[in-house]
Design a protein around this ligand. Structure first.
Ligand code: GLN
Length: 385
C-alpha cells in the first residue's frame, strides 16, 4: 500500500511515554497530570451512567454540555454563543482540529502553520489534500513575523493555524498578534483555526486573548478547547469547537462521519460538574503558576536556563550552557542518564532548527517536580564537572 503520510512516524508523545515506562524514568514528557482528578467528577460520571445516559449522545454534543459551554463562554469572556448552532462537542481538541481542517480545506489549498507546530496539524492538512506552509516563530522568544506571513499568502491560502497559549513554546499571543492576524486575513477568503486548549493557563496576571473576543476574527474562526486540560483529566478525550453557524455546519458534516458523537455519560458528567463548579477554570492559572515557580526555583542554581513561560502547563529547559548537542540527542541523554523524560522540539519543526530546548510538563505533583529537579540538577552537575 502507498502511504498517505510517508514521513509520519509514531507521535513523539507516545514514543517518549513508552520509553519512559520501559526505563522507569520520571515522565515529564507527554502533557498529562500525575495527580488525582476531583472525586466529584468521578461521582458524576458514575451517576450519569446510573441515570441512564448510556446511549448515543446527540451528534452535535449533549444539549446540557453545550449549554454549560455557552454559560462558560459568557462567564469568562462575556460572549453569547448559540449552543444549537455554534458549539460542537468533539473527541478531544484533536478531533476538533482534524474535523475543522477537513471541513475547511481541500486539494490545491494552502494552510499556514507556525513552527514549532503541534504535531497533529500538518498530517490533518495533508489528509485533506492541502499543503501546509510552515513558518518558524522567530528567536528569541518565539515571536510572530507578520511581514513574513503576508509575504507567504497566495490566492490559494485558505486557513491559518493559530495556537495560544502556545504548546510547546509556552508563549501567549498578544492583542497586537490578534490584530495582525485579523489584518492579514481581512478581505481574503482565509479562515482561522485557533487552538486555545490552554485558555485558562496564562500566568503573571496576564489574560488570554481568544479569537472569540476579537469581533472580526470571531466571524472567520474555529476556536478549539479541551476539558482534558481544564479538568485535569486527559483521558476524558472531550473537547469542543466554537465557530459561527456557517462554519459549524461544515464542521459537523465531517464530525458526524468521523467520530459521530462523543461519550454520553462523560458529557453529562462534565455538564453537571460545570453547573456545580462554574469557577473551576479560574483556579487553573494560580495552580499551575505555583508549579511553574516551584520547578523554576528548584532549577535556578543549575546550568540549565529557563526561558519565560507565559502559559500552558509546560516549561522549556534551555541546555545550551551544558551541551551543543541537538535536542533529540539531549532529550535521549536526559531520559537514559538523568532518568527524566522530556519532549524535544525538533518534531514540531518542518526543518528541525538547532534550538537548545526540551519541554517539561509541570502538571505534576510537587513531589514529582522536586524529584525531577533533583535528577536534572545532579545531571547538570555531573556534565559540568
Ligand atoms: N497535548 C499533549 C502534549 O502536548 C499530547 C497529547 C498526545 O499525546 N497526543 O503533551
Amino acid at each position: 500500500m502507498i502511504s498517505k503520510l510517508p514521513h509520519v512516524g509514531t507521535t513523539i508523545f507516545t514514543v517518549v511515554s513508552r520509553r519512559a515506562r520501559e526505563l522507569g524514568a520520571l515522565n515529564l514528557g507527554q502533557g498529562f497530570p500525575d495527580y488525582d482528578i476531583d472525586p466529584r467528577l468521578a461521582e458524576l460520571v458514575a451517576q450519569a451512567m446510573r441515570t441512564g445516559f448510556n446511549q448515543y449522545a446527540p451528534m452535535e454534543g449533549a444539549m446540557s454540555l453545550r449549554e454549560a459551554i455557552a454559560s462558560k463562554l459568557e462567564r469568562y469572556y462575556g460572549l453569547r454563543r448559540d449552543p444549537l448552532a455554534e458549539i460542537t462537542v468533539t473527541l478531544g481538541a484533536t478531533e476538533a482540529i482534524f474535523s475543522a481542517i477537513q471541513a475547511a480545506v481541500g486539494a490545491g489549498d494552502e494552510v499556514i502553520a507556525f513552527d514549532p507546530a503541534y504535531d497533529s496539524y500538518e498530517p490533518a492538512v495533508r489528509l485533506a489534500g492541502a499543503r501546509c506552509i510552515r513558518l518558524p516563530l522567530t528567536q528569541p522568544g518565539f515571536r510572530y513575523d507578520w511581514d513574513r506571513v503576508r509575504a507567504t499568502l497566495t490566492a490559494r491560502t485558505r486557513l491559518i493555524l493559530f495556537n495560544s497559549p502556545h504548546n510547546p513554546a509556552c508563549t501567549t499571543a498578544s492583542a497586537a498578534d490578534l490584530e495582525a492576524l485579523a489584518d492579514v486575513t481581512r478581505d481574503r477568503d482565509i479562515l482561522v483555526l485557533s487552538d486555545e486548549v490552554y485558555e485558562h493557563v496564562v500566568f503573571d496576571g496576564a489574560r488570554h486573548h481568544s479569537v472569540l473576543c476579537h469581533p472580526e476574527l470571531a466571524q472567520r474562526s474555529f476556536a478549539v478547547f479541551s476539558f482534558g486540560k481544564t479538568l485535569h483529566a486527559t483521558g476524558l478525550r472531550i473537547g469542543y469547537c466554537v465557530a459561527p453557524a456557517a462554519l459549524t455546519q461544515e464542521l459537523r458534516k465531517v464530525h458526524q462521519f468521523n467520530t459521530f458523537s462523543i461519550a454520553h455519560p462523560l458529557q453529562e458528567a462534565i455538564a453537571g460538574y460545570l453547573r456545580e463548579k462554574p469557577d473551576s477554570g479560574a483556579g487553573l492559572a494560580p495552580f499551575f503558576q505555583a508549579k511553574r515557580d516551584r520547578l523554576r526555583a528548584a532549577l535556578a542554581g543549575s546550568a540549565f536556563a529557563l526561558p519565560p513561560a507565559q502559559g500552558t502547563y509546560f516549561q522549556l529547559l534551555d541546555f545550551s550552557a551544558l551541551s551543543k548537542e541537538g535536542d533529540l540527542r539531549f532529550a535521549e541523554r536526559l531520559l537514559t542518564e538523568a532518568g527524566v523524560a522530556t519532549i524535544p522540539l525538533a518534531p514540531f519543526y518542518e526543518s528541525p532548527q538547532p534550538l537548545p530546548f526540551v519541554r517539561l510538563c509541570i502538571a505534576k505533583q510537587d513531589a514529582t517536580l522536586d524529584e525531577a529537579a533533583r535528577r536534572l540538577n545532579r545531571f547538570a552537575g555531573a556534565v559540568a564537572a
